[in-house]
Design a protein around this ligand. Structure first.
Ligand code: ZN
Length: 329
């Protein structure tokens, strides 16, 4: 199938669309689901409630990379805080090709610049006039609002610092298979590989065939896309630049790397399909990770009753401009 690795769609959004972002994403949900992700570019009239950048990181974490299979270019990525084991900069990472070359040319084990996650830190203001977009409003504008303020308040954004060229965001899925919005604040482009939810099982089987006990969902693996090609797993690329959104669909898997140091910020949210298509209650039986989610517990899905979801759609996802213009125009 030649369509296996076509790029995911890029959409443009204006200020009206951005103020009604859940509605905008809902309108484009078919595309989002098909690709597992979409990229959104902001038009010049979009205003964001951004702070002046002032976070200093004293320590730069690194990642240790180990090849896990003799046959396939699949890598186990481990976060290390002791920068002493850093083996120095490899050949320059200029593009996708040089990135994968740099992994395959080195020995069985080596290290690279890492990624630091700063939960509950943000470059967006919490409270500013509604015309300025703030990432903090997303959970309670999404279907999650049905679970009440106590739950939506637990959804906070996370800042992520990629410390240098070739920093890896290993293969992962959002907690409880929620949707995710990722904003690129500044720095080098981020190269994404997205595996739509419908391809999960095939990928899981291939890893099991390799006798791999590594988990697909919790940031352990980085897989060269030649493996996806070989086993006919559909995946899509996105290159994300500063001031662009990447939206991950419910249940999608993603992995990415950066060409240089960068800052990005992300927040989970839900749309009706998260419940209706069973993502909220799906379980990955192969996962043996002992993960402590930042949430005190997983969300109780029994509050998302059909009639309440329908009411949410009618009130929040059917917004038209001036009574006639659709959000997409
Ligand atoms: Zn896991």
């Amino acid at each position: 199938m030649s369509s296996i690795s076509i790029d995911a769609s890029t959409l443009q959004i204006n200020s009206f669309g951005l103020q009604n972002l859940m509605n905008f994403i809902f309108v484009h949900e078919r595309t989002l689901k098909e690709f597992g992700a979409i990229k959104i570019q902001l038009s010049s009239d979009c205003a964001l409630a951004l702070k002046k950048r002032q976070i200093s990181l004293t320590c730069a974490s690194i990642q240790q990379i180990t090849k896990v299979s003799d046959d396939e270019p699949i890598y186990f990525v481990q976060k290390r805080d002791d920068a002493n084991v850093y083996t120095g900069q490899r050949s320059p990472i200029k593009n996708e090709e040089t990135f994968w070359c740099s992994l395959s040319n080195l020995g069985q084990k080596f290290s690279t610049s890492g990624v630091s996650l700063l939960p509950n830190k943000s470059f967006f203001y919490e409270k500013q006039h509604g015309k300025y977009f703030s990432i903090h409003r997303i959970p309670r504008k999404s279907l999650l609002r049905l679970s009440g303020t106590k739950i939506t308040n637990q959804f906070v954004s996370s800042l992520t610092r990629a410390h240098g060229p070739g920093a890896i965001f290993p293969l992962s899925s959002v907690q409880q298979r929620l949707f995710l919005l990722v904003y690129h604040h500044q720095g080098g482009p981020r190269h994404w590989y997205i595996i739509p939810a419908c391809e999960r099982e095939t990928l899981q089987k291939i890893l099991q065939r390799q006798n791999s006990t590594y988990c697909l969902e919790h940031g352990e693996l980085m897989i060269n896309p030649v493996v996806f090609d070989k086993y006919h797993i559909r995946y899509h690329r996105i290159i994300q630049y500063p001031n662009e959104f990447v939206i991950l669909s419910a249940g999608a898997l993603s992995q990415s790397f950066t060409l240089d140091a960068s800052w990005s910020e992300s927040i989970p949210f839900a749309l009706p399909s998260w419940i209706e298509e069973g993502h909220a209650t799906a379980r990955n039986l192969a996962c043996q990770c002992n993960i402590n989610f930042p949430l005190s517990k997983t969300i109780d899905v029994s509050v998302f009753r059909h009639e309440l979801i329908q009411k949410y759609i009618d009130t929040h996802l059917n917004i038209v401009k001036d009574g006639k213009t659709s959000i997409t125009q």
